[in-house]
Design a protein around this ligand. Structure first.
Ligand code: CP
Ligand code: NVA
Length: 292
């Protein structure tokens, strides 16, 4: 495994190996406390972040390495330096790069120029580290037989979840308003897997073991799209259509918008364990990509 740009970069076997390593790291973090000694990770951000930034930074510290926050806005990229030159030079200073960017193509350009591993910390198209942590959370809670129901916008998080479910054979149901379905290109990639896309949220959650949502308006999206999501809030009524399903959210959450407070803060919510697992799984990712 060199880069982690897209769930399709990983096989089911590689994800299982990653999860076994995550189990070890989570159970005994001290056993890995110098495994990346003297290694650096450059974290390039073109968008805001709470979880991704801090979980990668604290994860790198816990592995004995160092993470460097690098804001695109304050870099020479903002003054026109090419991604390729930037990646080439960063590779002379640090063993790896994690990047959160707008266009997925830009990330591919960065990865192309880098000598070491590049990890996708979210693009407009994909959020693979989130999905990998979510798959681990499903497995840890015995929910990985599915179905996983995702309600809301057919966005980067939905795309990576669909791919993860297809790779790991987890039935997946996507419920979005008309016009906000996942990209056809991603739907085509998972054709053949047990992935259903519908405009009916009740149909999407039927039989679900876990119900997942994300913000209606992603970073960089036009605020005007919000009004299209009426009827797609995850409410106690929608959860009642399931047989005691768990509730998941990649966070940040907007109570009263994509999820009601009663669900977000209810006893079936596993959102904070889900967020914590970002760090454990990413430590396993770092450990794996720096080794290879
Ligand atoms: N879920 C997630 O990626 O959160 P941040 O935007 O806070 O990093
Ligand atoms: N879909 C959201 C995810 C945030 C973690 C966004 O891109 O803003």
């Amino acid at each position: 495994m060199k880069h982690v740009l897209d769930i399709d970069d990983l096989s089911a076997e590689e994800i299982e190996t990653l999860y076994e390593l995550t189990d070890q790291i989570k159970a005994d973090p001290g056993a890995f406390d110098d495994s990346l000694a003297n290694e650096s990770l450059v974290m390039l951000f073109a968008k805001p972040s709470t979880r991704t930034r801090i979980s990668f930074e604290s994860g790198m510290t816990e592995l004995g390495g160092h993470a460097i926050y690098f804001s695109k806005e304050h870099s020479q990229i903002a003054r026109g330096e090419s991604l390729r030159d930037t990646a080439t030079v960063l590779s002379r200073y640090a063993g790896g790069i994690m990047a959160r960017l707008f266009d997925h193509e830009t990330l591919l350009e960065l990865a192309d120029g880098a000598d070491g591993p590049v990890i996708n910390g979210l693009t407009n198209k994909l959020h693979p580290c989130q999905a990998l942590a979510d798959g681990y959370t499903l497995r840890e809670n015995g929910l990985d037989d599915g179905p996983l129901a995702y309600i809301g916008d057919g966005n980067n998080v939905a795309h990576s979840l669909m791919q993860l479910c297809a790779t790991l054979d987890i039935p997946c149901r996507i419920g979005t308003p008309d016009g906000f379905e996942p990209d056809q290109e991603i739907q085509d990639r998972v054709a053949g897997a047990d992935v259903m896309v519908t405009n009916d949220p009740v149909k999407a959650v039927a039989g679900a073991r876990a119900v997942y949502t994300d913000v209606f308006v992603s970073m960089g999206d036009d605020e005007s799209k919000r009004s299209a999501f009426e009827g797609f809030q995850v409410t106690p009524e929608l959860m009642a259509e399931t047989d005691d399903a768990a509730f998941m959210h990649c966070l940040p959450a907007h109570r009263g918008e994509e999820v009601s407070a009663a669900v977000m803060d209810g006893e079936n919510s596993i959102v904070y364990d889900q967020a914590e697992n970002r760090k454990h799984v990413q430590k396993a990712i770092l450990q794996t990509v720096y080794e290879t």
